[in-house]
Each structure stands twice: as structure tokens, then as C-alpha cells.
Ligand binder design. Structure first.
Ligand SMILES: C[S@@+](CC[C@H](N)C(=O)[O-])C[C@H]1O[C@@H](n2cnc3c(N)ncnc32)[C@H](O)[C@@H]1O
Length: 249
């Protein structure tokens, strides 16, 4: 099989949540259902540091870069709002997400050019954006290689990419503690605060995808295979992965 047709799902199908091959529908539906609670629970989970950390990571990697930015998996706009803030408004930003529920939440929180589509198949011409960000959505993509090739296509030569992701420790106490924090504590607190079962399920699902996710080395290799240069990973506090890459000139 040629390199162009290889695929790399971020994790195997999780059959306790959806039948094989039905991840896409499941993901869209769970994010639509939990959209109105997402920021409240995210704030609780990150103890209010979510926006601050996203801003810090963007700044660390020199983003926004240029004046046309694309935030893939914009969700309620947590990364997008920090991009706009750092650019002091001087950036044209597009936020893309397949969940219309999430896009509506993002709109309520600030002006945004929202586009309902998937990161692996985007309705933009080649070489449109100077920079592309994606926060905490790597695990929700159907295929990393497909998505990274698409990111490469829509970036202009010299354009920069930043992907934020949580990478739990592979074993030991650190892993057990993070699992308890996300899968039990946050999921339970989410239910108590919102009274929505789907919101509790979302946080359990997050953990299960993190645990099943391919290791960072595979993500880096896939970025290279998609044609990116200067591919690297910065690790903050042992769990926050910041993947960066540049499209060659
Ligand atoms: C955990 S939220 C992250 C939102 C935001 N980036 C943040 O930092 O809070 C993940 C988002 O990924 C979106 N998503 C799921 N599948 C996707 C896909 N194939 N392409 C792009 N976004 C996707 C979901 O709808 C959801 O809004």
C-alpha cells in the first residue's frame, strides 16, 4: 500500500461507547449534547486555568502567526478567544467544528467565523492560512494521517501548526491519579453540577480515549509523514503535549 493511503486512527474503536466504525456519529452527538455544559465543566476540571494555559502555550510557540488563523475543533472557543486576544484583534480567525452545538456556544461567547466541518475534510482552498491550531481534539479525529495531510494542504508554505493535547503518564501513580481525577472526580462533579448524564459520560469518554491513544512518537511521525518540517513536542508539567510543526517553504 502506498504511503498516501495509510491510515492512523488515534485509538482503536471503543466499543463500550459505539459500534465499530461509528465513532464519527458518536463523537458529534456527544459533543452536541454536552456543548452547553462544556466550559463550566472544563473550568472546574482545570481549576480555572484553562484559558491561561492555552494563552501561555500559544505565546510560547509564537502564535498567532500572520493574520489568517484557523482553529480546528474550536469547540466553545477557548483557544480561539486567546488567539484573538493575543493578536489584539488583528487576526482573521476561522473556527471549525463538526458540532453545531459547539459552534453556537462559541458564537454566544464572542464574534467568530464558524464553519461546520471536520478537520480531516475542510472546505478551504489550498494554502489559505498562516497558522493552524487544534486544542484537545486529536483523539476525536477518525484518522491522524488524513487530518494532518489536510492541515498541511490548507496552510500556506511557511505556515505554523500547534496541536495541544493531554498525554497521561503511561503507568504508575501519576497515571492512576490522573485517571481518578478525570474519569471519576470530574465526571461525577460534572453530573452533580449539570445534572446531565451526557456531560458525565463525555468526561469518562475523554479519559478512555486518552488511555487508548497512540503514543506521542506516532503523532510526531505522522506529522512528518504528512509533509511537515521542524516537527517537535514540548511537554509542560508532564502531561500537556504541545506539538508544533511548519509547512516547508
Ligand atoms: C474537547 S473539545 C475542545 C474544544 C476547544 N478546542 C478547547 O480547547 O476547549 C473537542 C472538540 O473537537 C471537535 N471535533 C470532534 N471531531 C472532530 C473532527 N473530526 N474535526 C474537527 N473537530 C472535531 C468536537 O466537536 C469538540 O468541539
Amino acid at each position: 500500500m502506498s504511503a498516501h493511503h495509510r491510515s492512523l486512527p488515534p485509538h482503536p474503536d471503543l466499543q463500550r461507547y459505539y459500534p465499530p466504525g461509528e465513532k464519527r456519529q458518536f463523537v458529534r452527538q456527544i459533543f452536541d449534547a454536552a456543548a452547553s455544559d462544556y466550559e463550566r465543566v472544563e473550568k472546574l476540571m482545570s481549576l480555572g486555568t484553562g484559558s491561561w494555559y492555552r494563552r501561555r502555550a500559544l505565546r510560547r510557540h509564537g502564535l498567532p502567526f500572520g493574520n489568517r488563523a484557523l482553529d480546528v475543533a474550536v469547540g466553545t472557543g477557548l483557544v480561539a478567544r486567546e488567539l484573538v486576544r493575543l493578536a489584539q484583534g488583528k487576526v482573521f480567525l476561522v473556527g471549525l467544528d463538526p458540532s453545531v452545538g459547539m459552534l453556537l456556544q462559541a458564537r454566544e461567547r464572542g464574534p467568530l467565523s464558524g464553519v461546520a466541518a471536520c478537520g480531516e475534510n475542510m472546505p478551504f482552498p489550498d494554502c489559505t492560512f498562516d497558522c493552524l491550531t487544534m486544542g484537545y481534539a486529536l483523539r476525536h479525529l477518525p484518522d491522524l494521517l488524513l487530518a494532518f495531510r489536510e492541515f498541511h494542504r490548507v496552510l500556506r508554505p511557511g505556515g505554523k501548526l500547534l496541536i495541544l493535547e493531554i498525554t497521561p503518564p503511561r503507568r504508575g501513580l501519576g497515571k492512576a491519579m490522573l485517571k481518578a481525577y478525570i474519569r471519576s472526580l470530574t465526571a461525577t462533579a460534572a453530573f452533580l453540577v449539570t445534572r446531565h448524564r451526557s456531560t458525565a459520560e463525555l468526561w469518562r469518554y475523554f479519559w478512555d480515549t486518552m488511555e487508548a491513544c497512540v503514543p506521542p512518537e506516532r503523532v510526531l511521525a505522522a506529522l512528518e509523514e504528512a509533509g511537515f518540517l521542524q516537527v517537535s513536542r514540548f511537554l509542560e508539567l508532564g502531561i500537556f503535549s504541545e506539538y508544533t510543526a511548519v509547512k516547508p517553504l
